[in-house]
Design a protein around this ligand. Structure first.
Ligand SMILES: [Mg+2]
Ligand SMILES: [Zn+2]
Length: 98
């Protein structure tokens, strides 16, 4: 499945609720899931960890839907090379960030 297809799937499943909730409250759900992922990684619980990656991704996609961001377009920032150096294998100094 492509990222854009996943975004459409999440939109179909949840968009009515998501838009009523709004971006600020949706961001809190996203942040909570990031915390759950941190715990799952710390506990080395593999099954739980995989599920938490899915939750974080789904909530990030949900936020994009609420904010009207097309993720297929957004990831073009990376698909043509590193945004910092332009290379497909990054040659930036460690201090440079995404
Ligand atoms: Mg979770
Ligand atoms: Zn780079």
């Amino acid at each position: 499945m492509q990222i854009g297809e996943f975004q459409q799937l999440i939109d179909r499943m949840y968009s009515d609720k998501d838009r009523r909730r709004g971006a600020a409250k949706t961001f809190l759900w996203f942040a909570e899931e990031v915390g759950e992922l941190a715990s799952a990684i710390a506990k080395t619980d593999k099954k739980n960890k995989v599920g938490e990656f899915a939750d974080v991704l789904a909530w990030l996609v949900t936020l994009a839907n609420v904010e009207g961001v097309d993720l297929e377009q957004a990831i073009k920032k990376f698909t043509a090379g590193c945004p910092g150096c332009g290379e497909m294998v990054c040659r930036c100094d460690e201090k440079l960030t995404r």
